[in-house]
Design a protein around this ligand. Structure first.
Ligand SMILES: [Zn+2]
Length: 93
């Protein structure tokens, strides 16, 4: 998981801990909200056309300005766009 997504969860968690719930139902709703944030991050398949994936096992994210990967012989036009989540992870490392 990327650092950015982790921060998003931590902020939500802190908010949850600092909230005084008036009822069990309110508390359940708060927990549900946290779970929704986590689920949304984990299943995020948004792609970004500024980057594409080659077939290499590592360093497979290429900027759109590169037309091919010389290591695995793939071309941008044949390959899928990168997932936003992976680009975020990649740029943090
Ligand atoms: Zn490659």
């Amino acid at each position: 998981m990327s650092q950015k997504n982790l921060i998003k969860i931590l902020v939500a968690l802190e908010k949850f801990q600092n909230t005084e719930f008036k009822s069990i139902e309110d508390q359940d709703a708060g927990i549900q909200k946290l779970m929704n944030i986590k689920a949304e991050i984990m299943k995020n398949t948004t792609t970004i056309s500024d980057y594409w994936d080659c077939d290499c096992k590592e360093n497979y994210i290429h900027p759109a300005s590169e037309n091919s990967c010389k290591l695995c012989n793939t071309f941008r036009e044949d390959q899928p766009d990168s997932r936003l989540v992976e680009v975020i992870n990649h740029s943090i490392m």
